[in-house]
Design a protein around this ligand. Structure first.
Ligand code: SF4
Length: 277
């Protein structure tokens, strides 16, 4: 029997929200195709019937997935659900927060709370009207409901700044800013305490400074083969993913990401996003 693998859909785009048909067609045909993010080469994954796989789904809106979840029957699933702000300034096109929290509750009750990881990602800092702002207060509106759904793990990460994001802000009265590592620790530490008080395990995504600087915050592994093995009862392949930012502290295990910047483009409008035009 071939070792079970991990399929990630996707770090590059929101497939459950915008390209669910690509996922369901691929599962039906047991075949996926995408273009390599750096060299544009056509990549393919064919899954013979004996090849088992766990599917890790990343999204900010699981509505379409929930409506069509029967197409995923028989495939072990794990969910990264990003809910990081009720602010339409940062994410103008998402459904209202209440709706997204309901989706999270549904996923937890359908697939188990352990199969759902909440992502508060990214933590965003900006300046506007001469004042400093951040989206951390959004935790107050989100964390109690996530905890009530039984989900006990949260992943956090600060925004990464790219020049094209600044171009997007040309006609807006705000600028994003990147706090120093020390300021990141100071900003997040009180909120980490709020989360641990609510019994969350707080994981970081490529933020070693938070993990080493704040008690109770641990270096995270968004793709965690050991966790997926425990949840699915299979022994999933657990090799380091050398294609991720290991120099930034990424601890992920290897997965095959079937998302494509060229053909599965995210149509989300997140102001801080580096993956969209
Ligand atoms: S616009 Fe960017 S950050 Fe927003 S959902 Fe799409 S890929 Fe994610």
């Amino acid at each position: 029997m071939t070792t079970p693998i991990i399929i990630s859909a996707s770090r590059r785009t929101d497939m459950p929200r915008f390209h669910l048909d690509v996922l369901t067609d691929g599962l039906r045909r047991r075949r996926f195709a995408w273009h390599h993010p750096f060299n544009g080469r056509l990549m393919e994954l064919a899954l013979p019937v004996e090849q088992k796989a766990v599917l890790v789904l990343w999204s900010k809106d699981f509505d379409r997935f929930l409506e069509n979840r029967s197409a995923f029957e028989g495939w072990p699933l794990f969910f990264h659900f990003t809910i990081n702000t009720p602010l339409t300034l940062l994410e103008p096109d998402l459904p209202p927060l209440r709706q997204r929290l309901c989706q999270l509750e549904q996923l937890a009750s359908l697939y188990s709370p352990e199969a759902v990881r909440w992502r508060f990602d990214p933590i965003v800092c900006w300046e506007s009207g001469g004042q400093a702002h951040d989206n951390l207060r959004g935790l107050e509106a989100i964390a109690p409901d996530v905890a009530a759904a039984g989900v006990k793990d949260v992943t956090v990460s600060f925004m990464d700044h790219y020049r094209k994001i600044d171009r997007r802000l040309a006609d807006r009265p705000l600028t994003f800013r990147t706090p120093s590592p020390q300021e990141q620790v100071e900003l997040f530490a009180p909120w980490a305490a709020v989360l641990t008080e609510l019994k969350f395990t707080v994981h970081t995504c490529c933020e070693p400074v938070l993990a080493s600087g704040i008690q109770g915050v641990r270096p995270g592994r968004c793709i965690d083969a050991d966790l997926l093995s425990r949840l699915t009862g299979m022994v999933v392949e657990a090799k380091d993913d050398l294609g991720q930012r290991r120099d930034h502290g990424c601890l992920c295990h290897r997965s095959i990401d079937i998302g494509c910047y060229a053909h599965h483009r995210c149509r989300g409008q997140c102001l801080y996003c580096y993956a969209r035009p």
